[in-house]
Design a protein. Structure first.
Length: 394
């Protein structure tokens, strides 16, 4: 994979070609071999089920990984912020969907500028809208350019976050959209149920998505009766995409976390209808202190997000299974899980490496400036490249 190295600090540029042991801690590391397997499995699933794949770039926040996904068959990328979309477009990605509502007038002017930039090179920008005010402000912003923008009406199918209510309210908003300026093109519906992604059993996830699909199908039928049938329905996430694909309603999937995975997704009971994905994102840490019943590593909350729980410790050969406990901003408290006749196993030694699987990959990536990409595994591998993280929350 290719990444621009010009802006890298010398210390990071010097890592390229060195062994994994040269990576200082704490650092965010991507196992490229695992990542490519995850990517290929998802691409094969989408091709087999004849659905479009539009991965969510808010997870990796990287044009380098976005381009790998496009090469593997993705039709485009999703972002959640205007800044994320700008970063991808600046790096040459030509098909971007901002799968979020934007009401800020300054941001919408930036959206219009992005749409113009993409039109100049044959690309296309899309955005989600769930209100009449959103349509009005978007139409006003698009008057600044001769470009057009694809608009997906977001429907709340059960998450209780963004989205117009299904049924008649959604039909009314689509009707409003089709009556706006020709610069706003009705592209279809955006229907994503984030709350279903981490329900632990396949049965619970399936029940939730079946209920969501019933709401969506009723909305689709009402739209068709009003001669407003959606050209495309887009949505789905890493925890449920096989269910959406099997429904016949969703024509495009938006999973993101499958590429790297995290401890929260790994806690889900696997649905055998979906490919199996492996953890590829790790925080490299080292033991900086050892007590009678604990070891302390140098990766605290500044190194990994904890909104979905604490990280898991990846067992290395010869190491005991370790549990991670809250040690504050700069530290993690590690205690052995294994016992021998009631006696705790030996703790890792001072200076020893430990690898953490973050609880939630997206915000963990957002805590770091760079992803250190390794080929050949976490033990014995080499640094392939260093990828800048395009953090963007506005």
């Amino acid at each position: 994979m290719k990444s621009s190295l010009d802006s890298l600090p010398d210390a990071l540029r010097g890592l390229i070609g060195q062994g994994v042991e040269a990576i200082d801690t704490p650092a965010l590391v991507v196992d490229l071999d695992v990542t490519m397997r995850n990517m290929q499995r998802m691409a094969e699933f989408a091709a087999k089920h004849r659905v479009r794949l539009r991965p969510h770039a808010k997870m990796h926040k990287s044009a380098a990984f976005a381009k790998l996904q496009l090469q593997a068959g993705a039709t485009g990328l999703c972002t959640q912020t205007v800044a994320e979309a700008e970063a991808l477009v600046a790096a040459g990605v030509n098909d971007v969907f901002i799968s979020n509502e934007v009401l800020s007038v300054p941001k919408l002017r930036r959206v219009a500028a992005l749409a113009h930039q993409l039109k100049q090179r044959g690309g296309q920008l899309a955005i989600a809208v769930d209100s009449e005010l959103g349509l009005d402000r978007l139409a006003q912003a698009m008057q600044l350019t001769r470009a057009s923008i694809d608009v997906f009406v977001e429907v709340d199918i059960g998450q209780g976050r963004c989205g117009v209510a299904p049924g008649e309210p959604a039909v009314a908003l689509v009707r409003q959209l089709t009556q706006r300026s020709s610069s706003l093109r009705y592209a279809g519906l955006h229907a994503y149920h984030g709350g279903a992604q981490h329900l632990r059993t396949p049965q619970a996830r399936r029940r939730t998505i079946v209920q969501a699909a019933a709401l969506l199908d009723d909305t689709r039928r009402q739209l068709a009766a009003a001669d407003l049938a959606p050209p495309l329905i887009t949505g789905a996430g890493t925890g449920t995409f096989a269910i959406e694909a099997a429904s016949g309603l969703w024509g495009e999937l938006q999973p993101g976390s499958y590429l790297f995975m995290d401890a929260d997704y790994l806690a889900n009971e696997r649905d055998t209808a979906q490919p199996q994905f492996e953890p590829a994102l790790f925080v490299k840490s080292q033991i900086v202190s050892v007590g009678a019943d604990r070891a302390v590593c140098d990766a605290g909350h500044k190194s990994h997000a904890i909104d979905s729980g604490l990280p898991q410790v990846l067992p290395l050969p010869g190491q005991p299974r370790l549990a991670f406990a809250n040690g504050g901003d700069e530290h993690g408290i590690l205690r052995p899980l294994d016992t021998d006749d009631g006696v705790l196993s030996a703790l890792p030694a001072l200076g020893e490496t430990v690898w953490l699987i973050p609880g939630h990959c997206d915000p963990t990536v957002n805590l770091h400036d760079h992803l250190i990409v390794v080929r050949g595994g976490l033990i014995g591998g080499q640094v392939e490249t260093v990828v800048p993280v395009a953090r963007g929350t506005w």
